[in-house]
Design a protein around this ligand. Structure first.
Ligand code: TEU
Ligand code: CA
Length: 575
């Protein structure tokens, strides 16, 4: 690629699909690949350019496919390899591209590599995973090698009776971490998880937990933040280890042969320079990353669910967006714009107002805001119609995610089933859990929303909002959120210089109800104003001698120029 050529992945909008919950084609209550194929024309019609398919590989599904037992096979209920080949071809036939999820920090404990590795200390694959002898405390009790807490709670180490050692698992015990320091293991990962799929036509990868591959070989203890517990939050210790840059460069040398894009998931990385090491164009590592600034707004510090709904101020969101947008300032780095994915609750429920009165308008405000930000734009299935969280009156049994279940059981255990503590935990899960992103896609107003037939139980209960909030209804209306997203995506293409590539500048920063910013392109600028409130607000006075031309407004009736209606948002071009 010559320097003057612009990479294809900068100007695209990417639509994320969660296979289990998108479309069931054979009536078993689980989404599948043929279901995705049936809906490709719809996806294309939204105005996106790329689809990202979450893990569809063979897996015992303890973490919804992020526990892979065979990189070169398809999870049975989703379909066959022939269905996958067809999906890739059908996406390409429509002029779109397809990226897959690359999950290579860990495998499932059912992967043949791990089965071999755990079979004996002398097995040739022993060193493909991270095995350590036990520690012991003063009284001689067996203890794990360090105090790291796994992402899903409990120690990050599991004792293996058979070979009398611990192995590391940063997520579930059934997701053992691969040892990237082993050259053969790395080569096998590249061959089976990357090259195999690039050869089949994948256009790139969303790279799961991209900054966890290299660990500090001394495996140091994490600082103690949870005084009641033995296991400590250790993300800042195990992420961004000493050989990260080297491994990403190595991966990149494969990816460039295919002109493939990568978007790395990059949690626990507040250091801007670290991020630039990964995504600076001249570094040749990753195309872009998902930083966590925005999606972490309002989360608890020790446990992400140890918080209350809406425990943030508007400036927290402003600052988070300013930080990720600022990645473009004075660098050759690239950034992303996203607020939803399969690990996040629904944006309208977190940052808007999901009650019937303002649901749609606050959804349009969020669409206008995130589609005005620079970088590559990601939309999660259902976001384009404004899907909302599961209803507050659903019992805890409807929460299926290991992350939610483990947190709730921990609170139960720690508090001795204290009712108040449990109801706080439930409140927080109702606001923030990953389950909200995983209820089936709402295609129409049927009992099961057109996701599956009405005579089966879908794998997750259908959100009852499908009665009014669905694709079919929004397709028929030109004022719907779906119609608004289509217009926003078209505007984004048209005003690409400002919206996709412009430099972000916060204005009227101290305002706690209106979020305003400028986007500066080479020859023109835009002003974006968003009223984050169910009350009217004054239109902020932005000092500028340029003429303002409104190009987008989420309120269709004529309204006063000096006032913003509840949840109103506008984009002006400045001439
Ligand atoms: O997520 C990794 C991650 O760091 C978090 O967003 C994670 O969901 C959170 O810490 C849980 O509390 C990725 C995937 O997106 C997620 O779905 C997987 O569960 C995880 O990796 C393990 O593969
Ligand atoms: Ca199915």
């Amino acid at each position: 690629m010559t320097l003057t050529q612009r990479p294809w992945w900068k100007d695209v909008a990417i639509y994320q699909i969660y296979p289990a919950s998108f479309q069931d084609s054979n009536g078993d209550g689980i989404g599948d690949l043929q279901g995705i194929i049936q809906r490709l024309d719809y996806i294309k019609s939204v105005g996106v350019d790329v689809v990202w398919v979450c893990p569809m590989y063979e897996s015992p599904q303890l973490d919804m496919g992020y526990d892979i037992s065979d990189y070169q096979a398809i999870y049975g209920p989703y379909g066959t390899m022939a269905d996958m080949d067809q999906l890739i071809a059908e996406v390409h036939r429509r002029g779109m591209r397809i990226i897959l999820d690359l999950v290579v920090n860990h495998t499932s404990d059912q992967h043949s590599w791990f089965k071999e590795s755990r079979s004996s200390k002398s097995n040739p694959k022993r060193d493909w995973y991270i095995w350590k002898p036990a520690n012991s405390d003063e009284r001689g009790n067996r203890k794990p090698p360090n105090n790291w807490r796994s992402n899903f709670g409990g120690s990050a180490w599991k004792w293996d009776e058979h070979t009398q050692e611990y192995y590391l698992h940063l997520f579930c015990p059934e997701q053992p971490d691969l040892n990237w320091d082993n050259n053969e293991a790395r080569r096998a990962i590249y061959e089976t998880a990357m090259i195999y799929w690039l050869e089949k036509g994948a256009d790139g990868f969303r790279v799961d937990t991209v900054n966890m591959y290299s660990k500090d070989p001394s495996f140091p203890n994490a600082p103690i933040t949870d005084h009641e517990a033995e296991w400590q939050e250790a993300g800042l210790v195990y992420c961004n280890g000493p050989r990260m840059n080297e491994y990403l460069s190595e991966m990149n040398s494969i990816l460039t042969r295919y002109d493939a894009m990568t978007v790395g998931e990059c949690p626990f990385t507040p250091d801007r320079n670290k991020v630039i090491d990964y995504v600076g164009a001249s570094k040749n590592r990753l195309s872009m990353v998902f930083q966590f600034d925005v999606v972490d707004v309002g989360l608890g510090k020790i446990f992400k669910f140890q918080t209350a709904p809406f425990a943030y101020k508007l400036h927290d969101l402003k600052d988070a967006i300013a930080r990720t947008q600022g990645l473009l300032h004075g660098t050759d780095a690239w950034t992303t714009s996203f607020v939803e994915n399969h690990d996040q609750a629904r944006a309208i429920s977190r940052f808007g107002d999901d009650g019937p009165q303002w649901r749609e308008r606050s959804g349009k405000l969020l669409s206008l805001l995130f589609a005005s930000l620079s970088g590559t734009l990601f939309i999660y299935q259902g976001q384009e119609i404004g899907m909302i969280n599961m209803p507050p009156d659903w019992p805890i049994e409807e929460y299926k995610d290991v992350d939610s279940i483990n947190y709730y059981s921990m609170v139960a255990q720690r508090s001795g089933n204290n009712e108040h503590e449990l109801s706080m935990a439930k409140k927080s899960l109702q606001h923030l859990s990953r389950d909200h992103a995983r209820t089936p896609m709402q295609w129409d107003s049927a009992r099961n929303g057109g996701f599956t037939g009405d005579s089966v139980e879908p794998w997750m209960r259908m959100n009852p909002s499908t009665a009014e909030l669905n694709v079919s209804r929004q397709t028929a209306s030109k004022d719907s959120l779906l119609a608004f997203w289509r217009r926003m995506l078209a505007l984004r293409k048209q005003a690409n210089d400002v919206l996709v590539n412009g430099h972000f500048e916060l204005v009227d920063e101290a305002n706690e109800t209106v979020f305003s910013f400028l986007k500066h392109g080479k020859t023109r600028s835009a002003l974006v104003v968003c009223n984050f409130s169910s009350n009217e607000s004054r239109m902020p006075q932005i000092a500028s001698d340029q003429k303002k031309e409104a190009v987008m407004d989420n309120v269709s009736e004529a309204t006063s120029e000096s006032t913003l209606m509840p949840w109103q948002a506008r984009i002006y071009m400045l001439h």
